[in-house]
Design a protein. Structure first.
Ligand SMILES: *[C@@H]1O[C@H](CO)[C@@H](O)[C@H](O)[C@H]1NC(C)=O
Ligand SMILES: *[C@@H]1O[C@H](CO)[C@@H](O)[C@H](O)[C@H]1NC(C)=O
Length: 188
């Protein structure tokens, strides 16, 4: 009888031990005690077609598409880590920049230059049209490949500027069919 209950308790503890790292990662993503990464801020942006702007005109992106742009910033080291998932985005990417997935500097409803160009999300499922993902980290100095008065629009940019005013930045991706943006979302 005693042996049985000790075995039961031991079994209960071992299942708790297995579950706890997942729990702490889920609730404290940026502060997870054993994480090799330290973030000074985290952004979870849900980007949608209805937020896409061409100049100052609403120019909807791909119907039914959605983007989950998750960012972790370490502004002390000028590092930005990204985990971007696109669903319902079809066709090739298109942009004059180095890539077609960006953080731009502009408030809601406005347009502005790209400051960071991320590797484009690529297919992760058997159906390449449905889910695309891009994961990694970039460290400044940043280059976008877009010139403004002969100077790259990433020149001099630091991720601290995002932390200072997240509402002044948005993230998006561009495709051949939806050049102004397939989805877009503000960082705040
Ligand atoms: C975006 O605006 C430019 C300049 O007004 C215009 O030439 C272009 O056709 C527009 N693009 C779309 C997709 O509406
Ligand atoms: C990226 O996000 C997706 C969706 O939440 C998740 O399944 C995946 O594990 C994440 N990748 C990394 C490297 O954290």
């Amino acid at each position: 009888m005693k042996t049985t209950s000790i075995a039961f308790i031991a079994a209960a503890f071992s299942s708790l031990a297995a579950a706890s790292p997942i729990d702490s990662r889920g609730s404290k993503w940026a502060e997870w005690d054993n994480s090799p990464f330290y973030f000074t801020s985290v952004y979870k942006v849900v980007a949608t077609p209805d937020q896409v702007i061409n100049g100052t005109t609403v120019t909807p992106g791909e119907p039914g598409a959605i983007g989950y742009y998750n960012y972790g910033i370490n502004s002390e080291l000028n590092v930005i880590c990204y985990n971007i998932t696109l669903k319902g985005v079809t066709g090739d990417y298109q942009s004059p920049a180095r890539t077609a997935t960006h953080i731009h500097q502009a408030a809601k409803g406005a347009s502005g230059p790209p400051r960071i160009a991320f590797p484009n999300p690529s297919p992760v499922s058997n159906d390449p049209k449905v889910v695309r993902r891009s994961v990694g980290c970039l460290t400044g100095p940043f280059l976008t490949g877009v010139l403004s008065n002969g100077v790259d629009t990433g020149t001099g940019f630091t991720v601290k500027q995002i932390e200072d005013n997240p509402a002044g930045f948005f993230t998006d991706s561009h495709t051949v069919k939806y050049v102004p943006g397939v989805v877009r979302g503000q960082l705040a």
